[in-house]
Design a protein around this ligand. Structure first.
Ligand SMILES: NC(=O)c1ccc[n+]([C@@H]2O[C@H](COP(=O)([O-])OP(=O)(O)OC[C@H]3O[C@@H](n4cnc5c(N)ncnc54)[C@H](OP(=O)(O)O)[C@@H]3O)[C@@H](O)[C@H]2O)c1
Length: 393
């Protein structure tokens, strides 16, 4: 199935989709302005995608023992795809996976060392693509602060020893000269497949927004992780993304919203651009998306956010393929205009969990449901959360 790419059309499709079905009662109505017009033309001439195991020789997974990385490795192995797991703790990897699985190679790798990462890929017997699921810092001055930040935010880093800023571009550099990956199934798509897929985060650009934009898009700029931005983590991730874009290899950057293992899985992902997505997504769905991206040429050269809406009562199952949704998105080299970002914001805010729809009122550690019920979150009231001191990158 082919779709002509325009993000404005994608927004139209989202609106049309939400209003076209006969909806259950008590349903959220999504509304927008009349900025948008013609939906994209569809054709049905796309051949089916071959199995991933025929498109990939071996995938290097950085951060393979992490909560999302582990799910990525499991999904790859279940699709008979050989994996090179790049880990800092081989014992942890041996207990997380079946070390007798012949498709799996575990390699101790210092992700904060460019040489170590490049050597791991070069010696990785056929590695032709990589997934970045790691985050962290290699020179943590105080491990207890690291643990605390990790527990609160799900990740942590600092500008000095960020493994993201070193290991991720090293993966890109190591794969830049390897042969192009394509679907090679008779598809007329000219875009190559990504060689490096980065698991980034929604919100990485927001600390750098102008005051005017922060105020206009407060539901994005005022969420706790952006407001507190511990150790300048968002800026470090933004910089790491930029290094990947500039390293000369085909890439895809996926920025999920809040990773939440209690959020329903097998949910419909909603992809958007402009860094205006706020919401939740289950790590299992993130892993499924990341693995799918390896065989989705429509994702190459693009950065996009993703949250999900629950597939309750059989409504909103995930689409059969990511291709249609991602084909509509804009290439990084073309840029997302302010108008598109602001219009996307107007829609995405309506997909927020809960009823209050006031993400900027959340305290760190407080759920949307707690906000609705006026209950305090696990880290205390807004403004008094036990969050670490904010340092700018
Ligand atoms: N939490 C959220 O709501 C959220 C939202 C959006 C995006 N994200 C992003 O999603 C990604 C994955 O999140 P997650 O929850 O799966 O992360 P996670 O469970 O904390 O996993 C992080 C991985 O990085 C590895 N790592 C940390 N420091 C390292 C170092 N110095 N050297 C080598 N490896 C190191 C960890 O190794 P060990 O297994 O040995 O500890 C682990 O495998 C992160 O990049 C995060 O920024 C998170």
């Amino acid at each position: 199935m082919m779709i002509r790419p325009t993000t404005i059309a994608a927004l139209v499709a989202l609106i049309t989709l939400t209003s076209a079905f006969q909806t259950p009662s008590n349903t959220r109505i999504i509304s927008t302005t009349t900025l948008f017009s013609t939906p994209p033309e569809r054709t049905t001439d796309q051949p089916p995608k071959p199995p991933l195991s025929t498109l990939v020789k071996r995938v290097a997974v950085a951060g393979a023992t992490g909560r999302t990385g582990k799910l990525v490795v499991q999904q790859l192995l279940s699709q008979n795809v050989p994996v090179l797991a790049l880990v800092r703790d081989t014992d942890k990897a041996m207990s997380a996976f079946d070390p007798t699985n012949e498709l799996l190679t575990i390699r101790k790798t210092d992700l904060g060392s460019k040489d170590d990462v490049i050597t791991a890929i070069q010696e990785g017997e056929g590695v032709d693509c990589a997934m970045w699921c790691a985050t962290g810092f290699s020179d943590a001055p105080d491990q207890s602060i690291w643990d605390k930040v990790s527990a609160i935010f799900g990740f942590a880093t600092n500008s000095q020893g960020s493994i993201d800023a070193v290991g991720l571009p090293a993966l890109g550099e190591a794969l830049a000269k390897s042969p192009k990956r394509t679907l090679a199934n008779g598809s007329d798509k000219s875009a190559p497949l990504p060689k490096v897929v980065m698991l980034s985060s929604a919100g990485v650009t927001r600390p750098d927004w102008t005051d005017e934009k922060k105020s206009a898009l407060e539901g994005c700029a005022g969420i706790p992780i952006v407001r507190l931005n511990p150790f300048g983590i968002l800026g470090v991730k933004k910089q790491s993304e930029e290094e990947l874009r500039n390293c000369g290899t085909e890439y895809t950057i996926f920025r999920p919203g809040g990773l939440n293992d209690k959020w329903p899985k097998n949910s419909r992902p909603i992809f958007s651009q402009g860094d205006v997505a706020v919401g939740r997504i289950n790590r299992e769905d993130v892993a499924t998306i990341l693995v799918d991206l390896l065989s989705t040429p429509e994702a190459t050269g693009k950065t996009f956010e993703g949250v999900s809406i629950a597939n309750s009562d059989g409504y909103y199952p995930p689409a059969e393929s990511l291709s249609v949704a991602l084909d509509r998105l804009i290439l990084d080299k073309d840029g997302v205009s302010e108008d598109v970002a602001r219009a996307t914001y107007a829609i995405m805010q309506q997909l927020l969990p809960g009823e209050k729809q006031a993400a900027a009122e959340l305290a760190m550690g407080q759920t949307y449901e707690q906000l609705d019920k006026e209950e305090i979150g696990r880290l205390g009231a807004r403004g008094t959360e036990e969050a670490p001191i904010v340092k700018t990158a």
